[in-house]
Structures are given as C-alpha cells and as structure tokens.
Ligand binder design. Structure first.
Ligand SMILES: [Zn+2]
Ligand SMILES: [Zn+2]
Length: 427
C-alpha cells in the first residue's frame, strides 16, 4: 500500500492552485438547486446518479455505475502517489419541505414499503454532490501539478446507513483502487464559510432493534382472561430508561430511545402482540455491547414478569459503527486548512448523528476523516447570534433546513479539493 504524502505543503501554493483551477461555480450552484428540487429517497437515487455519472464521464474519468444500488465511482489516475478516496452521499429524506424556497421540492415518491411520501433534501446531501462534482473538475484542471490517484465515490442510501456496505458488498474494490485515505464532509448548522474539523470521536455508532412482544388477545372488559402486551410494553419503555442512568459510566455517551410502539386497534380489545422499535447511540464498543445486552435482558425479563405467552423476538435490524477521525490525518489537515480558512476553521461540539462512510476506510484498513462545513447564510447566522437565537435555526432533518448557496458551495468545493491536495504528491 502506498502511504499518503506526508511532506508539509506551502499553504500559499495550495491556495494559488485552488484559486487558479476552481471552475466557475455558477453551473454547480444550478446543479445544487436542480438536485434540491428533484430529491430521491434512499436506494432510489437513479436520476441523481445519472447527473453525477454523466458529469464525471465528461471530465474524462473512468466511471463505474450501479454499485450497491445507484452508487457511482469515478477514478482519476494521475501518476504514482497516494490514493485518496473522496465521498459524497446522494439520498434525501421522506419529509415535506417547508422552506418556501423558489427551488423547494414538491416531489413525492413511493418508499421501500410502497407508501407515497413527500421527499426533501433536508440533510444537505444535494450540496455534497454539487461540491464534490466541482472539486472533481478542480482536481482535473490542476492535474499537471499533482500526482497520485483520486477515487470519487457518490454513495447511495446514507440515511438508511446501508449504502456504503452495499457498495462494498457489490465489489467496489474490483472496480476502483483501494484507497490509502478516505475523506468526507457534511454540511451542518454553522455559519456558511466555516469549517469544523476535530480529531477523535465525531459521530456515534447507531443500532436499531425491532422487538415483538407476544400477549394473548381478549375482550377489554375481561383483562383477567388475556395477557396484555401493552402493559408489558409500557413497563419495558420505562425500564429501558434505567440503562443509561444506572448502568453506563457517568460521562460515557449512550442514548436509548424507543422511537415507535404499535399495538391494538380499538379501546375494547386487548391486542395479542406489540411491536417496538429501539434506537441506540454509543461511542465505545464496550458500552455498546453492555447496552445491547441490557436491552435484551430487560425485554426478556419484563415479558417473563408479565406472563407473555412466548419469548419476545429481539432483532438487531441495522448497525453502523462510530466515526472516529484519525488523529494524525487531522493534525496534517489542520495545517493546510488553517492556512487556507484562517479563523474560519473552528472546532465545534460534535453533531449528534451517525454515518456509514467510515466502512469504506476500515474495510481496507485505511484512516479516515470527516469534517463539517457551514450551511447557514452569513446574514441569517449573524442576525441569530445578535438576537441570541442560534438554537432556533433549522438543523439537518428539519423541514426548514435550507443551506445558503454561494458561500456554502464554494467552501465545500475548496475544502474537498484542499483535503485531497493536502495528501496527494505535489509536483
Ligand atoms: Zn441525515
Ligand atoms: Zn446527512
């Protein structure tokens, strides 16, 4: 495996390259608005993938499509040197947009269960696609000044946390070279123009459980003849709250949330089963295992106490690891990002979310880093700061989340290109 190029780079040289070879961003702002008004749900990113593949194909890249669903990968081989993978995600969310923007989405789409849903780019993945496309063009334009290989990955189904895994299982490494380093970025509620980079723990591991509790149905007037799964389920919800408060070391991060309960249809019928969905967030593997064990113990124990007619089913239906930024890579990036962004390079608190892109790195034993870039227009942000109302600005996944265009796109493009140039071999 080739190592990434650790030789320190002159920040002014990098700045010069980026300013000279950054393409006109107007067409990319248009691509951003277009994708924003035409969002696609996880696993159904067909049109977005077409825009991506035709664009990078026109830049002369070696392009692979339909990897793990609608995943696209482009390879820019440019002589000997490090292999850097840059990743953007493409999917949107089942949410009705309320931003009032002229290019707001009014689209609906059938989800994986066949139910028609409104669709919105409420997590800013449209900006990730547009910025990576422009960064691709920048790196192509500047190719005589660097050497190495850049792999551009446009990933499907990030919101479901299974798109990266799907690309790997579909033979990603048979199509593109294995990277020495993986970089990704995410837009978030920060002042546009700012970049947030931190070493170590960034995003939590996320696990989801589907639970079914089996009671015995009967008439609402005769509970003595039934086993009520709603009573057992209610008791489980309350008892689960004791995991974080009583079993996890204070200060260690753990979240256990029951996000859905479904049982029964009428007031006078005791139902025969109850379904529950539980979400778990942790950082440390040890805590993660402990929380999982506790959930199983509590669900089983309460079913036993309530006289459930058989053992509950407890299935771990999705799982994604924690995102922990590589310390050494962050140290090197802070050098070039600091030189480029100056006091716009900040270190904020961790966003409360999870990501699956790290699998693209850990699968080949490569280090990885994700940074955040700001999506709130400067004027809106400064005004909120003045009024002490920053907390009220819309966050990712809000129907009001509406990243500004100009500064947001430009910052994302520059950060991606700079991230790659930091580790490629300069000529
Ligand atoms: Zn999201
Ligand atoms: Zn996202």
């Amino acid at each position: 495996m080739t190592q990434t190029d650790p030789s320190p780079k002159d920040p002014n040289h990098l700045k010069g390259l980026i300013n000279r070879y950054r393409p006109d961003l107007k067409p990319f702002e248009e691509i951003y608005r277009h994708i924003h008004s035409h969002p696609e749900l996880s696993g159904q990113e067909e049109q977005t993938a077409k825009i991506v593949s035709s664009h990078i194909h026109s830049l002369g890249l070696d392009v692979h499509t339909k990897i793990g669903g609608h995943g696209v990968a482009g390879v820019l081989e440019n002589g000997p040197g490090p292999k850097i993978l840059l990743r953007a995600d493409m999917d949107a969310l089942p949410l009705e947009e309320k931003t009032g923007l002229s290019y707001a989405s009014t689209k609906t789409m059938k989800d994986s269960t066949g139910v028609e849903k409104p669709v919105m780019h409420a997590c800013g993945h449209d900006s990730h696609v547009a910025t990576l496309l422009a960064a691709t063009e920048l790196l192509v334009n500047a190719r005589e000044y660097w050497s190495g290989t850049v792999i551009f990955v446009f990933q499907p189904a990030e919101e479901d946390l299974d798109g990266a895994k799907a690309m790997l299982e579909d033979g990603l490494w048979e199509k593109v070279p294995k990277p020495d380093l993986v970089l990704a970025q995410h837009v978030m509620r920060m002042r546009a123009g700012n970049v947030n980079l931190r070493a170590g723990r960034l995003l939590t591991a996320a696990d989801s459980f589907d639970v079914r509790i089996f009671g015995r149905g009967g008439h609402g007037s005769s509970p003595q003849a039934a086993i009520d799964p709603i009573v057992i389920g209610s008791s489980i919800v309350v008892k689960l709250q004791s995991i974080v408060s009583r079993e996890v070391t204070p200060g260690e991060l753990a979240v256990v949330s029951v996000g859905s309960i479904n049982s029964g249809f009428a007031s006078n019928i005791i139902p025969d089963y109850l379904d529950m969905q539980i979400s778990v967030r942790t950082f440390s593997e040890e805590v993660r295992k402990r929380v999982h064990d506790s959930i199983r113990r509590i669900v089983k124990g309460e079913c036993l106490a309530g006289g459930a007619v058989k053992d509950p089913s407890i299935n771990l239906v999705s799982s994604t690891p924690a995102t922990v930024n590589d310390e050494e890579t962050v140290r090197v990036l802070k050098g070039t990002f600091g030189g480029y962004f100056g006091d716009r390079l900040i270190e904020m608190e961790r966003p409360s979310a999870s990501e699956d892109f790290s699998l693209l790195a850990t699968d080949v034993g490569a280090p990885y880093v994700m940074w955040m870039f700001g999506g709130i227009e400067e004027r809106v942000w400064d005004d909120a700061v003045r009024r002490g109302r920053v907390d009220e600005l819309p966050v990712n996944h809000s129907p009001y989340f509406a990243p500004g265009v100009k500064t947001t796109i430009r910052t994302g493009v520059d950060a991606m290109a700079l991230g790659a140039l930091t580790f490629l071999k300069l000529k």
